[in-house]
Design a protein. Sequence first.
Length: 363
Amino acid sequence: MLRILRNTMIGLALPGMLLAQQAEVPSVTLFNSGRVLVRRTIPVAVPNGTSTLPLALGLFDPASLMVLEPGVRLQRVTFDGAVSEEAMMRRNLGQELTLLVAGTPPTTIRATLLALQPERWLVNGAVVYARPGQIRWEPSKIPIRALSDVTVTSDRVRSGLKLLYGTSGASWGVGYQLILGNAGRIEGNASIMNGGLDLADAEVQLLAGEIGQPMNSPRAMGEAQGGLIALSARASAKDFGMSESAAVGEARIYTLPGRVTFLPGTQMVLPLFEPTPARAERRYTVSGAMPYYGGFGQQEDEQEVPVAVAYRLERKLGTTFGDLPLPAGGMEVYEADKGGRLQLIGMGGIGHTAPGEELLVTT
């Protein structure tokens, strides 16, 4: 059964105002499988007609690139994921460059890069097969991210380009902590592991569900090497709360409030909502087995049977806890001992839970 989680409308906005706000904010959808979908507007001068634009999109899947700008048609994408000097030389074939020649004192010359493998340079009207010196790169020529040459045809001059593209290496998971007792509460966090995405102040959606795998899909992107890439968030604790959830196709999408900045370096844990008061009802269940045929066997002595422990949490609509849509994830159950120290007494999990639906955690 497919359960659709309904959105709750909060406030009103004029359509034009809403579109203008969405156009300025990059949006990122993170999949459990590690795939990432990016929607953003690149500030770049797009002339009328056909042009090739060097865009610093970083590592991505060129086959997934789409232009979302009405009146702009994508013609070709040339992607080079390397940012080494060799990659810079490939991009500057036929260009005149400045080289530093060793000597006393060192001197600089201008030479034209004609070809690679082997290198051929035009120096003072003659072609040489050895690099005549150390290349002195102008700072404006050094990209901070992997560059892509995107050829488009536009019906008019524009100052930006709306794009959608996919990358990989980022995934997410959810964990909850349930504290028992009269002052009980529940907390939830999303753990996001980023693998190469470098983007500031983005809206983040968490997509739960399997979407399948393309067959024979050309993928020219490199995988991020070593460690976790960073994540940084700019949002105060009071801003957190799972503000929106929806069902799209066979998947569910949860939108995090606030803005998130993806940076290289670390893994980040984001609160799904503020710690919320919650009272859990403890349940004990003894399971038995009825024979399919024949009579009941006779037991000479009493036997111990296993008892299952579960915790039920009521979630009424119109309450802070009841109005939260909750993604599936693991749950840890804590209870204070006689000394007031919280002790981990059980572990379980929950499925995707709609607002108003009760929780039953079996530990």
